[in-house]
Design a binder for this molecule. Structure first.
Ligand code: FEO
Length: 408
């Protein structure tokens, strides 16, 4: 896709990756984009680069606007490989350019590249850089997404270049939110925002709230947010800020997701009466089988719902490996404000349900115990127990969810 003007003399010069489905292990069913931006001011300034596979695409986009050797400044807002891995190609074209980066960013850059001949200057929150008609203001955002991360605000354009924050892994011919407003794909876009937040930013809810409050306190007028992935928020940047605040505050749907795996369908057969019991109490339910879905999808569904039932058969006195994988991944994301129960089947000793509860308690999540277990195959009586546990769980979820509705 050719360069796109997002503000007068400010261009998207990135690349669309329609085909990527494995983003460092995180499954991206909608692909992604690597956004970077070029300002044609008195000092031509580039913000971030793209994943190295797309370096030529980015350089062609820049060439369509100017000779890359004229780039005077390069702002590196984030050093993860999907944004910095083409910096060597850019520096070859404009070796005298000055790089602006945070202290932690510089330390990382030195590990990835030989920077000995590069002019690298460290910036911190509040530092500014005049590039002609515009002045850039740097805002450190450590851990959003890496320790090095920062954003750049351009007052004259009311533009926030936000690197990973407010992004989505969503490949699209559209570059702006308003291209989705009357389009069915707005639902897909919102889901992509939640997917990205759940799988990448979930651990950083408090930091996100604090950073948004800090920006609001600075009184920065923002009429466009340009992230490093996905679409640019032009029509309604407050929409994505409010979505982030909601997610950082633990907002979730009054809904239960049943995440499970199964060996010989016994645990699977338990999901139906569980689902029926929850539904009969008026709560929506979604069922996600782990071996049929990427773990990142299960995490997204976990994040969207107020509560989760986790089902596992017992294998070698322990939980099933895919369930263990799901819980290990979830634990790293440090989830909060969710209620969890467990269920499962076993042949002799058992152990899976106990294991699941132990892991959930380590995460500090609310539990409903002791869950429900069956031997070998659910009998009609077992199915009734599952149904009743589903109803009990749904009622506890309703009470638990009220706390968040009331903001207590
Ligand atoms: Fe898109 Fe943290 O990199």
């Amino acid at each position: 896709m050719k360069a796109v003007e997002i503000k007068p003399d400010i261009y998207w010069v990135g690349a669309i990756d329609w085909a990527v489905r494995d983003f460092h292990g995180y499954v991206t069913p909608n692909g992604t984009t690597y956004n970077n931006y070029l300002i044609l001011d008195e000092q031509i300034t580039l913000f971030d680069t793209v994943k190295h596979d797309f370096s030529e695409v980015m350089i062609d986009n820049i060439r369509s606007l100017t000779d890359p050797s004229k780039i005077k400044n390069i702002v590196i807002n984030h050093i993860e490989n999907d944004h910095v891995s083409s910096i060597g190609d850019i520096m070859n074209l404009t070796p005298k350019a000055t790089i602006y980066i945070t202290d932690k960013g510089k330390k990382g850059l030195d590990r990835f590249f030989n920077t000995s001949k590069w002019d690298v200057r460290i910036v911190k929150t509040g530092d500014t850089l005049n590039i002609g008609k515009r002045t850039l203001l740097f805002l450190e955002t450590p851990m959003l997404h890496w320790p090095d991360s920062m954003m750049t605000y351009i007052k004259e354009d009311k533009l926030l270049i936000s690197q990973d924050a407010f992004g989505q892994h969503y490949a699209s011919a559209a570059r702006f939110d308003d291209e989705f407003i009357t389009c069915f794909s707005i639902t897909e876009l919102e889901d992509a925002v939640k997917d990205y937040y759940a799988n990448i930013l979930m651990p950083f809810g408090t930091l996100i709230k604090n950073k948004i409050a800090e920006v609001q306190k600075l009184g920065l007028e923002i009429d466009m947010i340009a992230p490093d992935h996905g679409i640019i928020w032009r029509k309604d940047p407050s929409k994505i800020i409010n979505m982030y605040l909601d997610m950082a505050n633990g907002k979730a749907d009054l809904r239960v997701v049943i995440v499970y795996d199964t060996m010989w369908h016994s645990t699977e057969h338990m999901t139906i009466p569980l689902m029926q019991g929850i539904k009969d109490e008026g709560i929506d339910v979604k069922i996600v089988k782990l071996r049929a879905n990427p773990v990142s999808f299960a995490v997204k569904e976990f994040w969207k719902a107020r509560a989760c039932l986790i089902g596992s058969p017992t294998l070698n006195n322990s939980m099933f490996p895919t369930v263990a994988e799901f819980l290990a991944y979830l634990k790293g994301l440090r989830p909060k404000n969710r209620m969890v129960g467990s269920f499962g089947s076993y042949g002799w000793g058992g152990g899976a349900v106990k294991d699941v509860y132990e892991e959930i308690k380590k995460m500090g999540l609310e539990t409903v115990e002791p869950g429900v277990q069956v031997v070998y195959k659910p009998s009609p009586e077992d199915q009734k127990r599952c149904y009743e546990f589903g109803r009990e769980f749904a009622n506890k979820v309703k009470t638990y969810h009220k706390k968040f509705e009331e903001g207590t």
